[in-house]
Write a protein that binds this ligand. Structure first.
Ligand SMILES: Cc1cc2nc3c(=O)[nH]c(=O)nc-3n(C[C@H](O)[C@H](O)[C@H](O)COP(=O)(O)O)c2cc1C
Length: 435
């Protein structure tokens, strides 16, 4: 059995809003209804979690302009995901909801308090995706001239997680007395300042709210570089990973097992979820035909522009792919953003053209093509071979794709006993760690 998550890759932002099957997304993306529909469908389907991306900027690396960003609505406009979380929780009972917070956007105290507040409001179903932010533009919205170098970002994130963790532990488990007679609400000797003083953060504590049902909300981490892996090994309960083959999945799992042990934890303390994009159809032939159409559409000028924009974003605002001849060589600079993602895209690109890269295979993890039953079998085989903990599904978000995955693929997975058929526990953490 494995876990299933859904990666809401453009956060509380614009989902597909033009073309077939997009409904009224062009104006309704700011409203909760699509996300509520998504989350209730995921819960019905037996998903473990919804994962909400976030970034706080309007990108202008590509062509040194916001034109492409705002023409297509790429990563902007986007609402803050945190206020959405209680609305999703209110409509559901079991599913975990992970929201993204960046270590350069939130002071640790604010993050720790906000997450515990959400833990109370969701009755223990919230998680935090700890990111270091990808682009200079985010940094410039939060008082910095430019973003930190990659290694320093992660050193800062590690310290940030340390402060947040200490704050979550600043109330001892038995600090609450709840004696209405004396009266005595809490035992002050069991609530402790943390007096943290590090290189980047200073925080006195204690947290000014009581621990939530999970005490420590579930922590997720998505960077796959070496410092990203160490951050996950020290602090995370789940990690998002990009791999294209079972061999790559296995290698990452083994590497993470080693790092977890090095940091005094057990391999089973970290659940690794691999990104997967499904292309479903009623039959295998229909799914293949849909995939082929999608593949062919990569050559449309709009799609080439969007992919080059994306590569510029992934470089962390360092490489403007618009500057380069489409029929010339691919610039080989990795940049300062999502370095593992950038490396995956550039691997083997020395002898192809930029057009080939812009129209070639995607690098968002695995792709599965087939009818629900065929895909369920393929996913089962891959997971059995790789020994991962689950998949993070990454389809476009339309009500059609939600239905295909939740009412088509998920029942086929369940029929094979590959995903859960209910939730044994109350909190997200307990369910995530259940097997
Ligand atoms: C699947 C996935 C999801 C991510 N989600 C976010 C996000 O929501 N917000 C963000 O600023 N960065 C996000 N990132 C970026 C990472 O958290 C990390 O900061 C960045 O990828 C640097 O990665 P590296 O360790 O591979 O260099 C995501 C990355 C991946 C691979």
């Amino acid at each position: 059995m494995f876990r299933l998550g859904w990666f809401l890759g453009n956060g509380f932002g614009m989902q597909p809003w033009y073309g077939n099957w997009t409904g009224r997304a062009v104006t309704e993306w700011t409203q909760p209804s699509m996300y509520v529909d998504l989350t209730t469908s995921l819960e019905r389907a037996g998903f473990d979690l919804l994962f909400i991306e976030d970034t706080s900027m309007v990108e202008d690396t590509y062509g040194s302009s916001m034109e492409t960003t705002l023409k297509y609505g790429l990563m902007a406009p986007k609402n803050d995901p945190i206020p959405l979380v209680p609305l999703l929780a209110q409509a559901t009972e079991h599913i975990g909801i992970v929201a993204t917070m960046s270590t350069i956007q939130y002071p640790p105290y604010l993050a720790a308090r906000s997450m515990v507040t959400l833990d109370h409001l969701t009755k223990g179903r919230v998680g935090i995706n700890v990111v270091t932010s990808v682009s200079h533009r985010v940094a410039q919205n939060f008082g910095l001239d430019k973003h930190f170098e990659h290694a320093e970002r992660y050193a800062m994130a590690d310290e940030w997680m340390e402060v947040v963790s200490q704050l979550w532990d600043s109330w001892e488990p038995d600090a609450l007395v709840h004696d209405t007679e004396t009266p005595r609400y809490a035992d002050h000797t069991k609530v402790h300042p943390i007096d943290f003083e590090g290189k980047y953060f200073k925080c006195r504590g204690p947290l000014n709210t009581i621990p939530g049902p999970q005490r420590r909300p579930v922590v997720a981490q998505a960077g796959n570089s070496h410092p990203g892996r160490d951050l996950a090994a020290r602090h995370a309960d789940t990690m998002l990973a990009l791999a294209k083959t079972p061999e790559q999945m296995k290698a990452l799992r083994q590497d993470m097992d080693r790092r977890l042990i090095e940091h005094g934890r057990k391999p089973q303390d970290l659940k690794i979820l691999f990104m997967a994009t499904p292309y479903l159809g009623d039959t295998d032939a229909e799914a293949q035909e849909r995939f082929n159409r999608f593949d062919k559409a990569k050559h449309d000028p709009d799609n080439i522009e969007k992919r080059l924009w994306y590569l510029s974003y992934v470089s962390g605002g360092v490489v403007d792919y618009r500057k380069y001849d489409l029929d010339g060589p691919v610039p080989q600079e990795i940049g300062n953003g999502e370095t593992t993602t950038a490396k995956a895209w550039l691997e083997g690109s020395e002898n192809i053209t930029l057009r080939d890269l812009a129209t070639g295979p995607a690098n968002y993890g695995m792709e599965f093509v087939g009818s629900p039953d065929t895909m369920a079998a393929q996913m089962g085989e891959v997971m059995a071979e790789a020994g991962g903990d689950g998949f993070l599904m990454y389809p476009d978000v339309t009500r059609r794709s939600i239905m295909e995955v939740c009412d088509g693929l998920a029942p086929a997975l369940r029929k094979r006993g590959l995903i859960r058929d209910g939730f044994a526990h109350k909190t997200f953490r307990e369910n995530l760690m259940d097997f």
